[in-house]
Design a protein around this ligand. Structure first.
Ligand SMILES: *Cc1c(COP(=O)(O)O)cnc(C)c1O
Length: 355
């Protein structure tokens, strides 16, 4: 490995995954063709698509009434598909606004029905997760963003309600154990925790579907994708193969071990942020994300100096999102503990030089 890649997405992948993809591009299956040349209807391609769906089921222990799809268009497309498929024209959906991604989801939902913003932390620049939100039993669903990649906050508890819960897990899927049966929809584009960019995993309770009357074109209709086993049209074959390799890697390691390592990695970095006199954390402590550690330098004049300094420690990709600045170290599933250890060392040495 050349550098420690802290990018927020696309982000670090295990070498097994990138090497496996590289090999498959050169030669795949019995015919020794490239994976890029094979029909998505062929046995060897369909086999790993269906096995990937099954591995998601296994990892989340999904009951029969759930379906798993690999779609394209990123999570941003799901912002529109969710209201299109679940929100009747005269219906209302509750949204918890915890930052950029849920704000975009709210804008998309307003194209299809009414949005009731159940709670928002906008007045605090989304530095915390609102916890005192309202529920209305009439809502078609309540929408939440599990991990706020830009603000560095994460929901450590989810709404407890009979209203169907929709969850954006784009940046924390498979990062910790969870009870998936509490949710009607979970979605995540691959490029943070699950593989390369180009596909989005969507997990659906199919009992909730088919309740809206509007006409939905096939490609935007979850039921049509389910009926075709997630191969309604030509799917993004190579990104799904990347997910297939990553899912194998996750299964081998086990979510318990992943969760333990993720907690350790985040703890290392937050401990240093709190102890180091030059830096300060951004998110409210109780809502800190274990995936995206966002922090600032107290003396802003030193901001770019630390970027240059950290680069000498082979640290790459710690610039905060362009809308908020500062630093962001993303510690996704594939990031090894050596990454945050190296960053802590750089912060300590920097404080010794400039403190
Ligand atoms: C990255 C991200 C998105 C957007 O994903 P795209 O694949 O770029 O559409 C949505 N939600 C969250 C939480 C994200 O981190």
């Amino acid at each position: 490995m050349s550098v420690f890649n802290f990018n927020a997405g696309p982000s670090v992948l295990p070498v097994e995954v990138t090497e496996g993809m590289a090999r498959a591009i050169l030669e795949f299956g019995e015919k020794k063709l490239s994976i890029l040349e094979l029909s998505h209807r062929s046995e060897e391609i369909n086999a790993f698509i269906q096995e990937s769906r099954q591995m998601v089921r296994d990892l989340l222990e999904l009951p029969e009434h759930y379906e798993v799809l690999f779609l394209s268009g990123g999570s941003t497309t799901q912002f529109a598909l969710i209201p299109m498929n679940y929100l009747p024209a005269n219906g209302v959906a509750g949204y918890i606004d915890t930052g950029t991604w849920s704000t975009k989801a709210i804008d998309a939902a307003r194209c299809y029905g009414e949005v009731d913003v159940a709670a928002s932390s906008e007045d605090d620049e989304f530095r915390h997760i609102p916890k005192d939100y309202r529920y209305d039993p009439e809502w078609s669903y309540i929408y939440c963003c599990s991990n706020n990649t830009i603000a560095g906050t994460q929901m450590h508890a989810y709404p407890k309600t009979d209203v169907p819960v929709v969850l954006d897990m784009c940046s924390d899927i498979f990062s910790r154990k969870m009870d998936a049966t509490k949710f009607s929809v979970i979605f995540a584009s691959a490029q943070k925790n699950l593989g390369p960019a180009g596909t989005t995993v969507v997990i659906l309770d199919k009992r909730q579907l088919g309740k809206v009357k509007r006409a939905i074109p096939d490609m935007l209709n979850y039921q049509k994708h389910i009926a075709k086993n997630s191969v309604l049209n030509t799917p993004p074959v190579l990104p799904i193969y990347g997910c297939y390799l990553m899912l194998k890697w996750l299964k081998k390691k086990g979510i318990d071990q992943i969760e333990k390592e993720n907690n350790e990695k985040a703890a290392l970095l937050y401990q240093e942020i709190d102890a180091n006199p030059l830096f300060k954390g951004r998110a409210a402590k109780e809502d800190r994300s274990i995936m995206n550690v966002c922090f600032d330098i107290i003396d802003e004049k030193l901001e770019s100096s630390f970027h240059t300094f950290a680069a000498n420690y082979d640290i790459f990709g710690i610039a905060g999102h362009r809308s908020v600045g500062g630093y962001r170290a993303s510690l996704y599933n594939a990031m090894s503990k050596e990454g945050p250890e190296r960053l802590v060392k750089a912060m300590q040495d920097f404080a010794w030089r400039f403190g």
